[in-house]
Design a protein around this ligand. Sequence first.
Ligand code: CMX
Length: 134
Amino acid sequence: MKVVKIDHIGIAVKSISEALKLYEEVLGIKCEGIEEVQEQKVKTAFLPIGDTEIELLESTAPDGPVAKFIEKRGEGIHHIALRVENVEEALKEIKERGIALIDESPRKGAGGARIAFIHPKATNGVLLEICERG
Ligand code: CMX
């Protein structure tokens, strides 16, 4: 597989509007859109920096993965997304190596990306997202 770059770093926050006070007003990083991903029970805000992005994640439901993450571990880095050229090919290779996947096939992520997660138990404790953009 070919990993092209770090597509984005996902940060779990209690409130996107509160977090934007730091990112936009203090750090001067402009938010280029907020999108809800209903299936994942999250609202995401994208803040491009150079050729990568920070993704702020706010839960939209108390039983969503981001709400559970914050409850257990507090706000903080939630995942790192690696951009690949072909997500199906990457998933096949990862699976063949016996590495635990959360998603066996790609699903739709924010911004029209095709994404899949590798389980943090198999990745030194860091939730890794594999992501392809058209
Ligand atoms: N990073 C690192 N470790 C994590 C983690 C994360 N983001 N989320 C959970 N864990 C750890 C927990 O701390 C726990 O570790 P211990 O067993 O050592 O305590 C273990 O994984 C199991 O966690 P859990 O609280 O029991 O949670 P679940 O098993 O119910 O779910 C996970 C964990 C990763 C499988 C689930 O959150 C998931 O499927 N995530 C993928 C989807 C997702 O995160 N969506 C939100 C972003 C969507 C987007 O960007 O579009």
